[in-house]
Design a protein around this ligand. Structure first.
Ligand code: PXL
Length: 288
């Protein structure tokens, strides 16, 4: 048994901006979990800057896997995020098959797009492959755009509760135990967004509200899913994990929003990281 839980984190490392491994490692460490980074690429910054250097590490990934296999490493969690090519998705699938064990949490954040659009570096082949990868996961955390891409349905800003429930169920039929969909706007109150989730074992739907701030901070998706991963590995229930992740993002955004600041750097993570040690402040989750 691992003295400290171990998570293989399959993400890129971007120097500038708090995204991917730059968010995953500090968050999981703060939650008492060890990270084994499997870097997919090294960039000078994330791709929302106009220019950046980029070193692809696809060929290194099987070598990391071989070495860890030889060492006999056992992972309590496997967590993948932004992937750059169908080949990288295939490597992640192989990684999961190789290191899978029954008491493990496999989290796939199917990073594909936002606001109804695919990210500019990705194409439809990635969507097709991602639909396969999510079948191997226990937890998936698409935003609304990614949920529509995974289900091959046209993007809509607003969905009724019935439609959302149906979509969550369809995703869960593909395999994952927990489905979490983020970045959903409330048609009746544009100052609010919410997160919904479905848990197969309990057959329950959950919803957590968050106040909308007119700012975009790259990396909040990675921060959100890192906290979900850490919380579930600490033994939290799904709705408590949702509460912790939503509250942390809100706190991080509020700590950042008051400053004149280059938002491309992401939320001021270091200012709020210690709050991950504190118990959940307010239970705001609702049954849907
Ligand atoms: O998930 C955010 C992210 C991760 N990695 C890279 C990115 C971004 C967002 O822009 O560019 C390289």
């Amino acid at each position: 048994m691992n003295k400290v839980k171990k998570v293989a984190a399959i993400h890129d490392l971007s120097g500038c901006g708090r995204v991917s491994l730059n968010a995953v490692i500090p968050i999981l460490s703060s939650m008492g979990i060890q990270t084994y980074p499997l870097p997919t690429a090294i960039l000078s910054s994330h791709t929302q800057y106009e220019e950046f250097s980029f070193l692809d590490l696809t060929d290194q990934m099987p070598l990391f896997m071989e070495h860890w296999k030889k060492l006999g490493v056992e992972f309590d969690g496997i967590y993948s995020g932004y992937l750059g090519s169908p080949r990288q998705i295939a490597i992640v699938e192989e990684f999961i098959q190789t290191f899978r064990n029954p008491n493990q949490l496999v989290v796939v954040d199917p990073v594909l797009g936002d606001n109804g659009h695919l990210y500019k570096a990705l194409d439809n082949n990635m969507v097709v492959e991602m639909r396969e990868l999510v079948k191997s996961a226990d937890v998936i955390t698409p935003n609304l755009t990614e949920m529509c891409l995974l289900l091959d349905k046209p993007y809509k800003n607003f969905l009724s509760v019935e439609e959302l429930k149906e979509d969550l169920l369809r995703l869960s039929e593909q395999g994952p135990e927990h489905i979490i969909v983020t970045s959903i706007q409330d048609k009746d109150d544009l100052k609010k967004t919410f997160v919904v989730a479905y848990s197969k074992k309990t057959n329950r739907f959950w919803k957590v509200w968050t106040n909308y701030l007119p700012a975009h901070y790259p990396g909040t998706g990675d921060t959100f899913t890192s906290i979900i991963t850490g919380a579930l590995l600490q033994g939290d229930s799904l709705p408590i994990a949702l509460d912790r992740a939503v509250q942390f993002i809100q706190m991080g955004m509020r700590a950042t929003f008051g400053y004149e600041y280059d938002s491309r750097e992401g939320i001021l993570l270091e200012r709020v990281l210690k709050s991950l040690d504190a118990p959940v402040q307010i239970n705001s989750y609702e049954l849907l």
